[in-house]
Design a protein around this ligand. Structure first.
Ligand SMILES: Cc1ncc(COP(=O)(O)O)c(C=O)c1O
Length: 400
């Protein structure tokens, strides 16, 4: 009888994968799901996605595409029909001027941003990133080998980022400035003057700007603005958009980038060696979303405004909680530092952890977004669900 000798080979992952962390929002979703699977009724303010269903005409287009056997590979950057629909929609809504060659469709805005950052950032490059930032920016930059230069914003000013604040951080090593207005997680909106000034300055200094405009249609001021309108500065900027929030299509995975043709071809090259085209059927659905009736977008925006007012009012009524007024997206970002030192709580992560485990309300701790005193609440849900969660939070904080 032979004995089997076990040889253990230590698993060594790459230095590059060890530079990044799992998405904080995904971690909350997983923990809330675990509680739910144990039969616990969790109020979910964690997930950053619309509670609306995808509009019927979009669903019908996808079903039609399946029946029509539109199921083969398409061009890597998306069909000509889709790219034309994206640039046309953007031109109508924002007065931009892009050609098909300056547009690439990707598997969600996240994929578009990952490809864009991979194409632009090399080891040691500096990237200016306003805080609080959407979780993935930091990790995408790190994965590419870049270094984030964090731009601290002022909570008393609603976390608003100005061109002057950006200009102060520009150095000879600055390769890229990332803007995200309306912002996830703060809901802050940059003024069009400030965005214009950042793009102008970047252009002058040979710095790239990525404007993540995934929430551009959810601007509550009614004065939505895309840097795509700044035609004269086109050669140094990338506009990233997504159908996820605009048309309640998070699971479909369709995002896009509008950028100089050279950047678009580099992104397509990367895409050709990784995902290839976004799902063919989804591309047909996306064309229907972009070319079809747009009333659904405005209806959802109006509903988010109502929900924003409801949740911010409810949060501000909880003694100890402070909350700025978000001007877009669908997140509230209350400051919960008044509770640090109570009930064993020392951080925002402790607040979110206890809220989930003890009050069964899922939120995302601010640490993942670069601030230590906040939790993020997604209010893309019904008023009844907001009330249930707010009541649980009120009781939880009162008992601390
Ligand atoms: C600021 C921001 N950018 C990009 C994305 C990516 O969205 P998607 O990949 O669903 O298009 C999100 C999603 O939450 C986001 O909040």
């Amino acid at each position: 009888m032979s004995t089997v000798t076990e040889v253990t080979h230590p698993i060594k992952l790459t230095e590059r994968i060890n530079r990044i962390e799992p998405s904080a929002t995904m971690a909350v979703v997983a923990e809330a799901d675990k509680l739910r699977s144990q039969g616990i009724d969790v109020v979910d303010f964690g997930a950053g996605e619309p509670h609306f269903s995808t509009p019927q005409h979009v669903k019908d287009a996808a079903i039609g595409a399946i029946h029509a056997n539109f199921s083969k590979y398409t061009a890597v950057a998306g069909t000509a029909e889709l790219r034309d629909a994206i640039v046309h929609r953007h031109n109508v809504d924002f007065d931009s001027d892009y050609r098909r060659e300056e547009c690439i469709a990707s598997v969600g805005g996240k994929h578009a941003l990952f490809n864009a950052i991979s194409v632009l950032i090399d080891h040691g490059d500096e990237v200016i990133l306003p805080v609080p930032y959407w979780v993935s920016f930091k990790d995408m930059v790190r994965y590419a080998g870049g270094k984030c230069v964090l731009l601290e914003s002022d909570e008393s000013q609603g976390f608003r980022v100005t061109a002057e604040m950006v200009a102060r951080l520009v150095t000879d090593r600055t390769k890229l400035i990332i803007l995200n207005s309306p912002s996830n997680p703060s809901g802050a909106v940059m003024s069009s003057d400030d965005m214009t000034e950042v793009v102008r300055l970047a252009n002058q200094r040979g710095i790239w700007v990525i404007s993540d405009e995934c929430y551009v249609y959810l601007n509550y001021s009614g004065r939505r603005f895309s840097v795509g309108a700044l035609r004269e500065y086109k050669d140094r900027m990338l506009v990233v958009g997504s159908l996820s929030k605009t048309y309640a299509m998070t699971g479909w995975r369709l995002g896009y980038t509008l950028a100089p043709a050279l950047i678009v071809s580099a992104m397509a090259k990367l895409q050709s060696q990784s995902t290839s085209n976004p799902t063919s059927i989804v591309q047909k659905a996306a064309v229907a979303a972009l070319k079809g009736p747009q009333e659904c977008v405005e209806q959802m925006r109006q509903e988010y405004i109502r929900l924003r007012d409801h949740v911010v009012g409810g949060l501000r009524a909880i003694p100890g909680v402070q909350c700025t007024l978000p001007e877009g997206a669908f997140y509230a970002y209350p400051n919960v530092s008044a509770f640090f030192g109570r009930g064993g709580i020392r951080s925002a992560s402790d607040v979110a952890g206890k809220l989930l485990r003890e009050a069964h309300v899922a939120t995302v701790p601010g640490e993942g977004f670069g601030t230590k005193e906040h939790i993020r609440i997604s209010y893309a849900t019904t008023t009844a669900e907001l009330d249930r969660g707010l009541e649980r939070m009120r009781k939880f904080f009162a008992a601390l």
